[in-house]
Design a protein around this ligand. Structure first.
Ligand SMILES: [Zn+2]
Length: 363
C-alpha cells in the first residue's frame, strides 16, 4: 500500500530518534548522521504544519492565543451530549434534540451559507450562547412564549431555526454543499460559548449595521457591559445596507394618529418632524412629531423601517424615509462578521470585536 509522504517521514523520524537513544558513545559518526537526518525530517514536518495552520487562520492576524494568553478554548473530542427542548413552530411540536444538531438549523436560518466560514463559526458560537443562556436545566428562563421549551424556532422571538426539509427547499441542488459547510462551522466550535464573569452572555445580533453598532441601552431597557458602540466597516455593498420607505403625506399622518392620537397637518409634514438627538452610532435617539416626543426605536417600529438611521425626504405629496443598516444594531452585525472574515480575521477576533470583554469558554 502506498503511504502518504507525510506519514512516511513521521515514522522514519521516530525510528531514528529511538535508535540514537539506544546507541553508545563509540559510534559518533553514524549518530551524527542520524541526528542530521532526524533534524531535517522534523524541520520538514514542522514547516508543513506551519503552512497548514497559516492557511487556516489567515495571514493578517496572529493566532488568537498570542492575543489572549489567558483564554481557555476547549474543543470536546466527541460531539456534545447536551440536549435542548425546541418548540418547532413549523410543525407546532416540542422536540428534544442535541444542541449541536439544533445549531445547524439555526445557522442555516440566520446566515447565508455563502458567508465566510469564520463568520459562520462566529454565528454558531453566538447562537449556542443564546440557547445555553436560556437553558432551563442551567437555570435559564427558557422561551417565554412556549411552556416547557428552552427555545422556539421563530426568528421574531428566540432565534430562527430551519428543519431539514426547509433547508432542502431553500437550497435546492446546493443542499449537501451548504449543509456540510454549516455543519463544519458548528462542529469546529462545538461546545464553545461567550461568557462574561464566567456566565453565558445575553446575546443580541443583527443583520446589517450602518457602519457602527449600537449601545444596548439605546434599544433595550438595560445596558450590558459588553454592548458598546463599535465600528463595523465594509457593509456598503450588502443588499440590506440601504432601505427606503415612502408613504403619502396623508398615510403618514393617519399612521401617527392611529398610534399616538396626535393629528398632523398632512400639507406640511416638514415643519412637524424634528430630530432631537442622535445616538453615538448616528441613529435617531429621540424625535418630535407634531409636538409629541418619541424614541427613534418607537418611530422605526411604527413606520416599519429597517433601522433608526433615517434620512427624511419631503416630496410634495409624500414622505420618503431612507435608512442605513438593517436591525436594531446591537451586538454582532452578521454582514460585518462576514466582511471581517474576508479581511482575514477569525471567529474569535470577530466575536471579541462585537462583544467587548467576553471570553470564549466551554459550557
Ligand atoms: Zn421563543
Amino acid at each position: 500500500m502506498k503511504k502518504a509522504p507525510g506519514s512516511k517521514a513521521g515514522e522514519a523520524g521516530i525510528e531514528c530518534l529511538s535508535t540514537i537513544r539506544k546507541m553508545g558513545d563509540g559510534r559518533m559518526k553514524p549518530i551524527a548522521k542520524l541526528i542530521f537526518i532526524s533534524a531535517a525530517i522534523l524541520l520538514l514536518i514542522s514547516s508543513i504544519a506551519y503552512d497548514l495552520l497559516g492557511k487556516k487562520d489567515g495571514d493578517k492576524q496572529p493566532p488568537a492565543e498570542q492575543n489572549n494568553p489567558d483564554e481557555i478554548i476547549i474543543v470536546p473530542e466527541t460531539g456534545s451530549e447536551l440536549t435542548i427542548k425546541l418548540y418547532n413552530h413549523w410543525s407546532k411540536k416540542l422536540i428534544e434534540m442535541p444542541i449541536e444538531e439544533y445549531l445547524i438549523g439555526v445557522v442555516a436560518g440566520e446566515m447565508p451559507a455563502s458567508f465566510e466560514i469564520e463568520a459562520l463559526k462566529a454565528q454558531a458560537v453566538a447562537a449556542r450562547t443564546l440557547v445555553v443562556h436560556q437553558l432551563r436545566a442551567y437555570g435559564g428562563k427558557g422561551c417565554s412564549q412556549v411552556k416547557g421549551a428552552d427555545v422556539c424556532s421563530s426568528f421574531a422571538h428566540c432565534q430562527e431555526w430551519l428543519p431539514e426539509d426547509r433547508m432542502r427547499k431553500n437550497w435546492g441542488s446546493k443542499f449537501e454543499q451548504n449543509y456540510e459547510r454549516i455543519k463544519q462551522a458548528v462542529m469546529e466550535t462545538a461546545g464553545e460559548i461567550m461568557t462574561y464573569n464566567n456566565k453565558p452572555i445575553e446575546v443580541l445580533y443583527h443583520s446589517t449595521s450602518n457602519g457602527r453598532t449600537e449601545e444596548a441601552s439605546e434599544v433595550f431597557s438595560s445596558s450590558l457591559p459588553y454592548y458598546k458602540s463599535v465600528e463595523s466597516i465594509g457593509e456598503e455593498d450588502a443588499p440590506m445596507f440601504e432601505g427606503s420607505v415612502t408613504y403619502t403625506n396623508q398615510e403618514f399622518a393617519d399612521i401617527f394618529y392611529s398610534k399616538y392620537k396626535v393629528r398632523l397637518n398632512p400639507d406640511n409634514l416638514k415643519s412637524q418632524i424634528k430630530v432631537n438627538s442622535y445616538t453615538e452610532s448616528g441613529r435617531i435617539k429621540e424625535i418630535t412629531v407634531g409636538g409629541f416626543k418619541l424614541k427613534g426605536t418607537e418611530f422605526r417600529l411604527l413606520y416599519k423601517l429597517n433601522s433608526t438611521d433615517i434620512t427624511f425626504i419631503f416630496n410634495k405629496n409624500s414622505i420618503t424615509m431612507k435608512t442605513k443598516g438593517f436591525g436594531h444594531g446591537v451586538g454582532m452585525s452578521q454582514v460585518g462578521a462576514d466582511r471581517m472574515a474576508k479581511r482575514g480575521y477569525n471567529y474569535i477576533d470577530i466575536l471579541k470585536h462585537y462583544y467587548l470583554g467576553v471570553e470564549i469558554n466551554h459550557y
